[in-house]
Design a binder for this molecule. Structure first.
Ligand SMILES: O=C(O)COP(=O)(O)O
Ligand SMILES: [Mg+2]
Length: 226
């Protein structure tokens, strides 16, 4: 992989990139399923539904048991229950991936400006970043409900470029899934993927990106401000 040059800012994904939140999703979704009288799902099944925001997660979880029209009837109840359960345990079963703190520090030490763009609702993302000691690394945090469109749409990434007054080519997105890569490509940003996250249960090696890095520390090593 050749080094990414003339990079002035990094946009970092949250779930599956900085934090392993799989167990939080597992607990909250299965408490919601219990409320609806549904049997629990495995953590692997649930985590493969993560990546395109809470509404999509709920739709996928209900589709396990219900046909589309029936699932639609339960959607609002399920969304409310899942939100309540998620907020009650947010971060309790989550942990930082190796190299996250060191990687964020290394990116900052290079003089890069940092934003977090996640498809998680902002009301989940901000307290979680605070609880895990990550909030202060970021000048900007955008959630899946911050704009009319979320990743893989480029809208949130383009807003960060505008906020930082940078051209998209001067900005790198770092994330665990095809959503991050597609959003970055559509915005004209550079993109690095990490291989340890969720990516809908599919191989990250099939995703079009500028490279795969094993940790955020390695990401920082691959990025040059000059
Ligand atoms: O909550 C999700 O759907 C995934 O969030 P992410 O964008 O931080 O990976
Ligand atoms: Mg992710």
């Amino acid at each position: 992989m050749s080094k990414l040059t003339n990079i002035k800012a990094a946009i970092i994904d949250l779930d599956g990139t900085m934090l392993d939140t799989a167990a939080d999703f597992h607990v909250a979704v299965n408490r919601m399923r219990d409320d609806l009288g549904l049997t629990p799902l495995s953590q692997e099944t649930i985590v493969n539904f993560v990546g395109k925001g809470t509404e999509n997660l709920i739709r996928r979880v209900l589709a396990v048991d219900y046909a589309e029209d029936e699932a639609a009837q339960y959607f609002q109840q399920a969304l409310a229950a899942c939100t309540e359960h998620y907020l009650a345990i947010n971060g309790d079963y989550s942990s930082l991936y190796p190299g996250v703190l060191e990687g964020l520090q290394a990116l900052r030490n290079k003089g890069l400006r940092l934003a977090c763009v996640t498809n998680k609702p902002l009301a989940f993302a901000v307290p979680l970043l605070q609880k895990k000691g990550l909030r202060d690394f970021f000048e900007i945090v955008y959630g899946g409900d911050s704009f009319p469109k979320k990743k893989p749409d480029p809208m949130p990434l383009l807003q960060v470029c505008q906020d930082f007054a940078l051209a998209p080519a001067q900005v790198v997105a770092i994330g665990d899934s095809s959503n991050d890569a597609q959003a970055a490509r559509a915005a004209g940003c550079r993109v690095l993927n990490v291989p340890y996250g969720y990516n809908h249960g599919e191989s990250i090696h099939d995703v079009d990106s500028d490279g795969i890095v094993s940790t955020l520390v390695e990401a920082a090593q691959q990025i040059s401000v000059d």
